[in-house]
Design a protein around this ligand. Structure first.
Ligand code: SAM
Length: 188
């Protein structure tokens, strides 16, 4: 089974037309990174504080049938980029950062990791309709806010779409998810 929904699959297909070097920021348990390596032959770096690995070291997995995965348990803010990537993914990340300042900083960092002309693929929850306390106070960046911030960094929007996603965990509620793809500036 694919570790992503049909909307994310559409985003990944648009973002990853050929074998490339990918950074999956907020990669969760690494499922998407492994899928992209094994099924498409990409080399994928992933970072997430929830990875069940000792903190702060890159762990390479090279014995896959295709591709390669390198994972680090950590917050992406603690990394200094020493690589530039053909594609940077941040799937489901922006709404878990806590506030506008953190989102702005993160968008700047994501651009820093891209090669000139590379692809930046994002998905996030732009709103939630819920009466659950769990969702109260969560900061949901609007689409306009993210678009305007990335335009300031010189990234050009390639495509964007929305999907309403209904969940039943924690009481039935509805998320408005945004899926969008940018190409970064060709000159640095
Ligand atoms: C909704 S999950 C998405 C996981 C995965 N990208 C996917 O689409 O299945 C968001 C992930 O972002 C991670 N995350 C939140 N803040 C982060 C940060 N500052 N640096 C790295 N990862 C972060 C969380 O630990 C969580 O695993």
């Amino acid at each position: 089974m694919k570790p992503f929904n049909a909307h994310t699959e559409r985003l990944l297909r648009a973002a990853l037309p050929r074998t490339c070097l990918i950074f999956d920021v907020g990669c969760g348990n690494g499922e998407i990174a492994f899928w992209l390596a094994e099924n498409c032959g990409h080399t994928v770096y992933g970072v997430d504080p929830r990875l069940p690995l000792p903190r702060g070291y890159w762990h390479s997995v090279t014995d896959l049938s295709r591709g390669e995965v390198r994972l680090m348990n950590g917050h992406v803010e603690s990394l200094n980029p020493d690589h530039k990537f053909d594609c940077v993914l941040a799937l489901g990340l922006l709404h878990s950062l806590g506030g506008r300042g953190a989102v702005d900083t993160m968008l700047g960092r994501l651009c820093q990791w891209t090669k000139p002309g590379a692809l930046l693929a994002l998905s996030w929850l732009s709103s939630t309709r819920s009466s659950s306390k769990r969702h109260y106070g969560v900061y949901h960046p609007t689409e306009d806010e993210v678009l305007s911030r990335l335009a300031n960094f010189g990234a050009s929007l390639q495509c964007t779409w929305n999907a309403d996603i209904i969940h039943s965990d924690g009481g039935t509620h509805c998320h408005r998810a945004v899926y969008a793809l940018w190409r970064t500036e060709h000159t640095t």
